[in-house]
Write a protein that binds this ligand. Structure first.
Ligand SMILES: Cc1cc2nc3c(=O)[nH]c(=O)nc-3n(C[C@H](O)[C@H](O)[C@H](O)COP(=O)(O)O)c2cc1C
Length: 186
């Protein structure tokens, strides 16, 4: 449908049974009809090397192109050692470079996190929000989607069971779409 907001989603875990990848898959079912959500897999993104930032590997070029053409981003991440996993930080670092060609410039973004612990990845989200300042991104503030005790909220096929979490995801995606529309006409 024309006029739809295009959202690119990516997850900071490569694990087959990842709760965060499962959360992103759940979002595919909950996105409003005024938007389309596509997923970009971060596997095969090599480690950042500053010598290559002006002629990056193909996968990084594709990642940057997909970010630039999206109207909005949805980042779903675990928390590792109270911060952002290296997989996600590495991908963000590539896409932000070289200086003057930051693919994230001016992008609206929404965040979700899932953790097996009781804080649901909150600390990783706040570290990411700090990076959004330098990247000049526009994060949605509410609702904050922290999926705690994730092992109890998905079935063994990775399907989200928790209705309250589904409601929060719907609200977050609605807010992201409104935010993206507002920024598009600004
Ligand atoms: C290296 C590592 C560090 C972790 N650190 C944290 C942490 O700081 N806070 C937390 O809530 N969970 C932590 N965990 C547990 C993760 O929440 C859990 O492994 C989760 O399933 C990872 O997300 P995923 O299922 O999407 O891969 C850590 C796990 C790993 C492997």
């Amino acid at each position: 449908m024309s006029g739809q907001i295009s959202i690119l989603g990516f997850a900071g875990s490569l694990r087959q049974g990842s709760y965060n990848r499962a959360l992103l898959r759940a979002a595919l079912e909950l996105v409003p009809s005024s938007a389309k959500l596509e997923v970009f897999e971060l596997d095969a993104i090599p480690l950042f090397n500053g010598d290559l930032e002006s002629s990056p590997p193909e996968k990084v070029k594709e990642f940057k192109r997909r970010i630039k053409t999206a109207d909005a981003l949805l980042i779903v991440t675990p928390e590792y050692n109270y911060s952002v996993p290296g997989v996600l930080k590495n991908a963000i670092d590539w896409a932000s470079r070289p200086y003057g060609d930051n693919a994230f410039e001016g992008k609206p973004v929404a965040l979700m996190s899932a953790s097996t612990g009781m804080l649901g990845g909150a600390r990783a989200q706040y570290h990411l929000r700090q990076s959004f300042v330098f990247l000049n991104m526009y994060p949605v503030n509410k609702p904050e989607v922290f999926v705690s005790f994730a092992a109890q909220k998905f079935d063994d096929k990775g399907r989200l069971l928790d209705e309250k979490t589904k409601e929060l995801i719907r609200e977050l995606l609605d807010n992201l779409v409104s935010w993206a529309k507002r920024l598009k006409i600004a």
